[in-house]
Design a protein around this ligand. Structure first.
Ligand code: ZN
Length: 185
């Protein structure tokens, strides 16, 4: 049975580390992917990167099919992803399960050309547009130790300052389980 994993929140070191490439897609990875999908759905997220469940490896899951306009989009598992080209630019409001309640506009390329390995170990090279490209870039940032708040304007950061402080000191209440930053997982 898949289980809900606690989510690491802003302030924890793992969210700022570069994730390690995956060399072998073994049963542990397969199980982790299953648990990550389960955890993401329970938290009503559309993307989740391994460092967000305290695993410093280059892996993320995405499923935007829960959103009304994207019902036909298949779930994605990306391993060792690498963006090799980008095009366009758009400003979209983002949030993150690791930074509860914080929102802000982030400028990102509108299209990406992505190389990644899927759960079957197959190498893929695919173009993504729109929301899927957006979510992918957000998750791939997680694998580089980067967070969406790094892109926020001074004004947006100032607006969220108190909330960020609260998250860092673990004084937040979430609808989903999170790691207590004061105790070891
Ligand atoms: Zn995130």
């Amino acid at each position: 049975m898949p289980k809900v994993l606690p989510i690491t929140t802003y302030g924890r070191d793992i969210l700022r580390k570069v994730a390690k490439p995956i060399k072998d897609i073994n049963i542990n990875i397969v199980n982790l992917v299953e648990n990550m999908f389960y955890t993401m759905k329970a938290a009503e997220g559309i993307g989740l990167a391994a460092p967000q469940v305290n695993e410093g490896i280059s892996l993320a899951v995405i499923d935007i099919s829960t959103l009304n306009d994207y019902k036909n989009e298949k779930p994605l598992v990306i391993i060792n992803p690498k963006i090799i080209d980008t095009n366009g630019q758009s400003l979209v409001n983002e949030g993150c399960l690791s930074i509860p309640e914080v929102r802000g506009d982030v400028k990102r390329p509108e299209e990406i050309l992505l190389e990644y390995i899927d759960l079957n170990g197959k190498e893929n090279k695919r173009e993504f547009f729109g929301l899927l490209a957006r979510v992918l870039q957000h998750e791939i940032d997680h694998l580089k130790g980067k967070l969406f708040i790094d892109y926020l304007s001074e004004e947006d950061l100032e607006k969220n300052k108190e909330l960020l402080k609260k998250i860092k000191s673990n004084k937040i209440v979430t609808e989903y389980p999170i790691y207590n930053s004061k105790s070891k997982p």
